[in-house]
Design a binder for this molecule. Sequence first.
Ligand code: ATP
Ligand code: MG
Length: 316
Amino acid sequence: MTTTYAVHSEGLEKRFGEVHALRGLDLAVPEGTICALLGPNGAGKSTAVRLLTTLITPDGGTARVAGHDVAKDPAAVRRVIGVTGQDASVDGDLSGRENLRLFARLQRLRGAEGRARADELLAEFGLVDAADRPVRTYSGGMRRRLDLAASLLIRPRVLFLDEPTTGLDPASRNRIWEAVRRLADRGTTVLLTTQYLEEADRLAGHVVLIDDGRASVTGTPAELKARIGRYAEAVVAEDAALPAAAMVLGQLAGAEAVLDPARRAAGAVTTDPTLTLPRIVRELDAAGIPVVDATLRPPTLDEVFLRLTAPKELVA
Ligand SMILES: Nc1ncnc2c1ncn2[C@@H]1O[C@H](COP(=O)(O)OP(=O)(O)OP(=O)(O)O)[C@@H](O)[C@H]1O
Ligand SMILES: [Mg+2]
């Protein structure tokens, strides 16, 4: 039996004048799963979402959403998807309820049905109390929740979310995550973009690291983290101790250490799951190195990219 993909693209390309935004993006998202497109600013995430939701047309390659070709049958694609763009699409002068009713009409829901669905979504997203206030008085998190609600008026088979939680506080982020999980539990396939490793980790069964318009690494969050490892770092009290600290850290991590002289810090990426912070501190101490601070933490997204997308000779 072959897997059915809700989103399937091969060699997807998009140019904007000189800028080659997508250079052959391959995606295969099985039905009913959550896939995260993870990448830094300018990686091509929004371009991918806009292509897959038929807002723009590809210059090369193919993509199918729920079996429909985005270039040949965009209308069929639009009927089965929901999309929340990176920028708010709701109208600030209208209330939350008015916005949802307007979107319902645009999506051709019948009057009574549209009103009922709008009320249902306001309740589901915790917006009942604010429902009749103008949206411009909403907080960022409330506005984002309303945006998401607007993309769910017709229960989509495939939902696209472009950076659904960027700029939100942890509580608002959690509410969005819960809503996305509920949808996926009911069978909606979700493709979301994010700049946060943690978000991809919490939500997605599958992560695609996108860099320079291509999928550079794909896998489950666990696979990705295992490849990335952790970052071990020590800050020392005096400049003279830095080379020795780098040597100890490098040996412990099993990788070459990098120096940040301005911060008097030495750090190294380790993929050794048994390495612990106490051991790092003990070894530095045993070597007589005056340690001010030591950490062992998941890498930041910047470090992930440095490690997984750098030219090979730069990777320790
Ligand atoms: N309409 C456009 N005209 C010209 N260039 C564009 C256009 N849209 C995107 N680009 C360029 O294409 C590249 C990819 O942009 P895209 O918006 O897809 O990145 P992104 O991964 O969504 O970034 P961000 O995290 O900042 O949202 C960037 O270099 C961007 O400047
Ligand atoms: Mg974007």
